[in-house]
Design a protein around this ligand. Structure first.
Ligand code: B1M
Length: 325
């Protein structure tokens, strides 16, 4: 139906209450069927779904056999299964509520699963275990980032919905918060002041907040302006705080463009403070070709938080900075 509506009336928006589709089926099966149904609806072009995402089984985590049973039922494939409803109900009537077998996996495989599943159950204990042999940043940049990359891929192929990605983000934030006190701290009083922000139109803040933690643990005084920060707010904050460095973060492709616009606005306002930019959509090529030419100060690309720290240290060290420029 959605596909036909979209083909005939392309500018029409569609909204669907998902869970009625599974009404009357065994509870464990409902969560699976709702998720498979939502997946197909999104593929067909559904714009908005009304669904209790907490109760939704993640499509990417559903075993192939259960996806097959759900597909047979949704598409009424009687040529493959004479009675798809009976087969589906029989399978799920027997099935106990899902018990994740995550704890049977080795530790380094369990850690990314918490992020992919968006769950904190057992996360704290496993992080404590990991800290016995790994440094906090190794845990973040290794298994946890592996999980985030997987989330990105699943999201890209519509196998995760935004609400689920938010749960993954919450799990990541909880992990970073637990690891933060164990991160190495430099003794130096204050190396300099950094004004940090996620650019206009972008809500992603996990990377930026990680940069904040690493910079402040290494003696920088960080003023974090938050997300979706407008150029004019940044310019005002530069005048108020007089930072040594401005740090901009942004993960969307349009955020990379926004950084170039912001750099242009800085130049017009006479701001020349050295600038660090980072985020998944950026590349050093883009920074050199699109941002540097419109900025009157120095701008450098930080591919990750540790590179950001090294660059920040270079900027506040007058001698190193002269060579760097
Ligand atoms: Co969004 N999202 N998201 N998302 N999300 C991406 C970025 C995306 C690549 C996923 C995908 O499609 N594969 C895609 C962007 C596609 C594009 O533009 N080409 C995307 C999209 C499309 C969206 C929405 C538009 C989805 C929608 O609503 N339809 C929407 C955007 C809304 C908006 O911004 N206006 C959206 C929303 C969200 C959530 C809110 C659900 C959530 C964010 C929660 C939060 O941050 N509080 C979210 C998440 C979690 C992601 C992914 C899965 C993970 C991002 C992350 O936190 N990574 C992401 C896919 C991915 O990147 N794998 C994705 C972990 C973090 C530690 O890494 O931020 O890269 P990162 O930071 C690194 C470096 O980049 C660097 O250091 C950090 C650590 O080493 N770095 C700096 C970053 N900033 C720096 C600054 C520096 C120095 C280094 O100096 C100043």
């Amino acid at each position: 139906g959605i596909r036909l509506i979209k083909a005939k009336f392309p500018r029409t928006r569609t909204v669907l209450g998902i869970s009625n589709v599974s009404f009357g089926l065994p509870a464990a099966g409902r969560e699976v069927l709702n998720s498979v149904f939502l997946y197909h609806c999104v593929q067909a072009g559904l714009d908005l779904a009304i669904v209790n995402s907490e109760k939704l089984e993640r499509y990417a985590s559903i075993p192939e056999e259960e996806k097959r049973l759900a597909d047979n039922l949704l598409f009424n494939r009687i040529e493959l299964d004479a009675d798809p409803i009976a087969s589906f109900a029989a399978h799920f009537r027997k099935r106990k509520p899902t018990v994740q077998n995550t704890n049977k996996l080795p530790l380094l495989d369990r850690l990314p699963r918490y992020i992919v599943e968006g769950t904190k159950d057992g996360l704290a204990e496993d992080l404590t275990e990991a800290l016995k042999t790994m440094r906090p940043l190794e845990i973040i940049n290794g298994p946890l980032m592996k999980g985030m990359d997987e989330v990105g891929k699943l999201f890209n192929t519509n196998q995760l919905i935004v609400a689920e990605v938010l749960q993954s983000a919450e799990a990541m934030k909880a992990a970073v918060a637990q690891l933060e006190p164990f991160m190495e701290k430099a003794d130096s009083a204050s190396r300099g002041k950094v004004l940090l922000a996620t650019v206009k139109g972008d809500v992603h803040d996990i990377g930026k907040n990680l940069v904040e933690i690493i910079l402040s643990n290494n003696g920088f005084n960080v003023v974090n302006l938050g997300i979706k920060v407008l150029p004019e707010t940044l310019i005002q904050a530069v005048r108020q705080h007089k930072p040594d460095i401005i740090g901009l973060s942004g993960l969307l492709v349009k955020s990379a463009q926004q950084m170039a616009i912001t750099a242009g606005d800085f130049s017009k306002a006479g701001v020349q403070t050295p600038m660090l930019v980072g985020g998944a959509a950026l590349s050093s090529n883009f920074v050199d070709r699109q941002i540097a030419p419109v900025y009157s100060g120095t701008v450098a690309y930080a591919s990750d938080a540790m590179t950001g720290l090294e660059l920040a240290k270079t900027i506040v060290d007058a001698e190193r900075f002269q060579k760097f420029k």
